[in-house]
Design a protein around this ligand. Sequence first.
Ligand SMILES: Nc1ncnc2c1ncn2[C@@H]1O[C@H](COP(=O)(O)OP(=O)(O)O)[C@@H](O)[C@H]1O
Ligand SMILES: [Mg+2]
Length: 362
Amino acid sequence: MVSSSLRIRELCKRYGDFVALAPTSLDVAKGEFLTLLGPSGSGKTTLLSLIAGLAHPDEGQILIDDADVTHSPAYDRDIGVVFQNYALFPHMTIEDNIAFPLKMRKVSDTEARRRAAEALETVRLPHVAKRYPRELSGGQQQRIALARCIVYRPAIILMDEPLGALDKKLRDQMQLEIKRIHRELGTTIVYVTHDQEEAMTMSDRICLMNAGAIEQLGTPQDLYFRPRSVFVADFLGESNLLSATVRGVDGEGLDIVLAEQLAASRAVGNGSRFATGEPVKVMVRPQNLVVGEGGQLSGRLTDVMISGSLTRLYIAPETAGLPQLVAAHPTRSGSAPYEIGQRLSLGWHAADAVAIHDGKEI
Ligand SMILES: Nc1ncnc2c1ncn2[C@@H]1O[C@H](COP(=O)(O)OP(=O)(O)O)[C@@H](O)[C@H]1O
Ligand SMILES: [Mg+2]
């Protein structure tokens, strides 16, 4: 197993007056699968290019296994890179494409062939060695790009939206393949995507980026169930966000008031500090909204959407000042059909209501 740790210290990149990456610090452990997630333009590729040595930072440091590589050329960093456009050489066979980085490193022809064959086994395409890239599908070409990267056993692999060009089914399959290869090789991987589901499926930790800075760093569960900002709650899947006021704080628990007509209720914090009197947003994920049991509020059903395994109910609360809510539960055959306009009781467990600062964190 070849793998290195990566440390980034106050790394910063500007293009003229524009800050593409504000001073950013981040540690990636040996063998970790870390994903940079964020909307287009949030600085993911910028950060990845700096790590790869394809761009140069204005400030800060990059350390690989404690060695400062901030000013080392790309080829000295023991890093492999896979991009969305796989950029295979069209006039070379698959075998020669994969052996190319080894030839560059002066590995003997026999050894290069042996390792190319091994890499082809790893990506489960042992039979395509003699073909040309044009004779392979997009998904197969992406596997070859991956084989060409792992063939020289880099200690860190960087991937920038590698599955972006593939259709959904193939993408799902390749996600599992990349996870399997990660398990087999144990290499440290920094993966970039703008797709939150992909990030949730694949990562040990997610680094959510927004406007050139880290918005939140943590496990998929941390970000999904304990978002530190409304941006995080919104970016990672559907959420109900209700305005509330904090009435009291005890440890991780909060007393909150959602609307004047409603009794006080409880929420949990997200790891940051809250003050009495502070306006907050309370997040309840759709699957945690319980429909049809003596809940905190009632509402009218405005829409039902069945998307395969999930049924979504859109509900307009009868209490003034609350937004439309969405509840989701597994689709079951044979359950009584819903009627638009029907009155439903709605509730949630206090542990599933998470308070988030409404503005900047204090
Ligand atoms: N070479 C460049 N010159 C000027 N601006 C750039 C350059 N590269 C990136 N940017 C800007 O930096 C911001 C972040 O870009 P990027 O890191 O590519 O975002 P992402 O990969 O998250 O979509 C964008 O607003 C982009 O326009
Ligand atoms: Mg990008």
